[in-house]
Design a protein around this ligand. Structure first.
Ligand code: NDP
Ligand code: 8X3
Length: 252
């Protein structure tokens, strides 16, 4: 029997790289995201290359009913989820708090905090019943150190860190591992989304140094799932070598 991983936000960036990494390692995959055409394309490409099965679930993680319906639709033979990776997330805007855009705040809070909670709340009972499972939450260096104009995004990722700790406490008696991975700068669609489609501004974020790739982070995340039953990585902060903290970079 193949193991099963559920990856939220698998249509791009870290989530997509995770799909490839887990497929390469013989996992069947449940992939989620809003862009259904991308989900289907990735499913076809993965199934061509690897002998794995892929189930796609197309929903907006901010909407509780959509999350509930999607989880209810998971067929019985897919319900033994070994690894849940709460990856879907975003930053919207880089503005001082006094100029904050309500819609940006709501998108970040609803996706990064509430979406993560909705999906986890619906999947955890399946893991609890089996007394087995591994939940991996994608936090950020931004959850550990606040930087100028990061305010609400940093707050949502600090919440991910606290929620991860809470999950670990509440689930310890059920043998469920809970891990936070906190990346620094990873070059994905992240900055393009953050700058509302401004390609110039997005590119600048990664100029002058070598950022992490989504594949780098996928490798690290996969590693945390390969450890013996009694070993759990609680928290991992991973940055490019050229990044010392949330805002100090060695840029050439
Ligand atoms: P991308 O923008 O490349 O990918 C984000 C993914 O999240 C997409 O698959 C997107 O799918 C999904 N997503 C966003 N909103 C929703 C939603 N409402 N419902 C369902 N899915 C959604 O960014 P990254 O790969 O970089 O980001 C992945 C995670 O890593 C995020 O949590 C981010 O905060 C975190 N992170 C990123 C860092 C970076 O520097 N890139 C650093 C630290 C943490 P779709 O749009 O199809 O719904
Ligand atoms: C994404 C990394 O530094 O832009 O979480 O906040 S950062």
């Amino acid at each position: 029997m193949k193991k099963i991983v559920l990856i939220s936000g698998a249509t791009a960036g870290i989530g997509e790289a995770l799909a490839w990494k887990f497929a390469e390692n013989n996992y069947n995959l449940i992939l989620t995201g809003r862009r259904s055409e991308r989900l289907e394309k990735i499913k076809i490409e993965l199934s061509k290359k690897y002998d794995v099965e892929v189930l796609t679930l197309n929903f907006d993680i901010r909407k509780l009913k959509e999350v509930e319906d999607a989880v209810k639709s998971i067929p019985r033979n897919w319900q033994n989820i070994d690894v849940l990776i709460n990856n879907a997330g975003l930053a919207a805007g880089v503005t001082p708090i006094q100029e904050g855009v309500y819609d940006d705040w709501e998108r970040m809070i609803d996706t990064n905090i509430k979406g993560l909670l909705y999906l986890s709340r619906n999947i955890i009972p399946m893991m609890k019943a089996r007394k087995k499972g591994h939940i991996i939450n994608i936090g950020s260096i931004a959850g550990k150190q606040v930087y100028p104009n990061g305010n609400v995004y940093c707050g949502t990722k600090a919440a991910v860190q606290s929620i991860t700790e809470g999950m670990r406490i509440d689930l310890v008696n059920y043998g469920i591992k809970v891990t936070q991975i906190a990346p620094g700068a990873v070059e994905t669609e992240f900055s393009l989304i953050r700058f509302h489609g401004d390609e110039e501004a997005a590119k600048k974020v990664y100029n002058g140094y070598k950022p992490l790739t989504a594949k780098d982070i996928a490798e690290v995340i996969f590693y945390t799932t390969t450890l013996p039953e009694h070993v759990n990585i609680n928290d991992l902060l991973v940055t490019p070598t050229a990044q010392a903290n949330a805002y100090i970079y060695n840029k050439k």
